[in-house]
Design a protein around this ligand. Sequence first.
Ligand SMILES: Cc1ncc(COP(=O)(O)O)c(C=O)c1O
Length: 365
Amino acid sequence: MYPELDTPALLIDLDVVRANVAEMAEVAATHGVALRPHIKTHKMPELARLQLEAGATGVTCAKLGEAEIMADAGIEDVLLAYPVWGEPKLRRLAALRERAKVRVSLDSPDVAAGLGRLGLRTGAPVEVLVEVDTGQHRLGRPPGRPTADLVAEIAATPGIDVVGLLTLAGHAYHARTPGHLAEISRREGTDLVATAELCARDGIDLPVISVGSTPTARHVAGVAGVTEIRPGTYIFNDTAMIRLGVATEETAASRVLTTVVARPSPDRVVFDAGTKCLSSDGAGTPGWIRAAGLPWLRMDFLNEEHAVARLDPEHARYGELPVGTRVQLIPGHACSVTNLFDVAHGVEGGRVTTELRVAARGAVR
Ligand SMILES: Cc1ncc(COP(=O)(O)O)c(C=O)c1O
């Protein structure tokens, strides 16, 4: 399997990527909402371009560094879904705004004050989305009056233009059943729409209602009043998405190609990739790393450079998966894995056809 590559290596199946991109574009088009994919999953301008060509209106980034790399590649419409704080970053944001349309999300008057100074200094108000906590308890105040009051306070900041509300229902990753996932997703949308209505009654119109992750996007896109979805992981998918029922092994585009380097016992198989290739995200969750096409192999644990797996009793013999066998491991969290590789190898029609540089790898500032 792919003898031209040494292992471990990151493979991206571009046929699967294209199908995943088209499917989510179709979801957005069907519901009449904008699609603004989060690029933290792939960190590659080439793949952002693919998403834009399929109909995305712009991209979402977490960090300024990612946004700068996208702008370097000519991508001109960026939502920076992260509070931008401190003079060095505000200076970079000012420069970025000269070459791209940039909106920023935030959840505090403190961050608004800095952005407002930038807006006044440059004579162009900074457009912001106020983040709402719809249950993940990461950023934002609760929906309803607490957020409406925050919106009013931020809207009163000179140099700021509040254009919408944003949320990430990150707790959807822990949904217990498909029904539970659907319910979280629906609430993600209805909570924001109801809060925007409250703001409108306070005299502040918020045209942008930005929601949606890979698990929730297909449900929340249909909530009346939602205007934008921001899924990221969907382009690659991973075992977390398979567990939630929104992806399958066939739609998992990102794989770490590994080699069996040891068979210490009939049931134990050791691969040449550990947490430095696969990350620790999701570790311990049953099936958090899957060996493609080998359901009878169960990942036991990872060290930095070893993945230790077990064969089920029926396959537990030395002749099974001997040293030198190549296996594709499907990551537990595709986004973290991309960030661990300098390059990915694009696969088309089952053959390696291209090398992709992970341009925004490590862009954490
Ligand atoms: C603000 C924001 N929007 C969108 C997403 C995309 O979520 P997912 O990768 O589950 O599609 C994320 C994920 O971290 C996020 O933090």
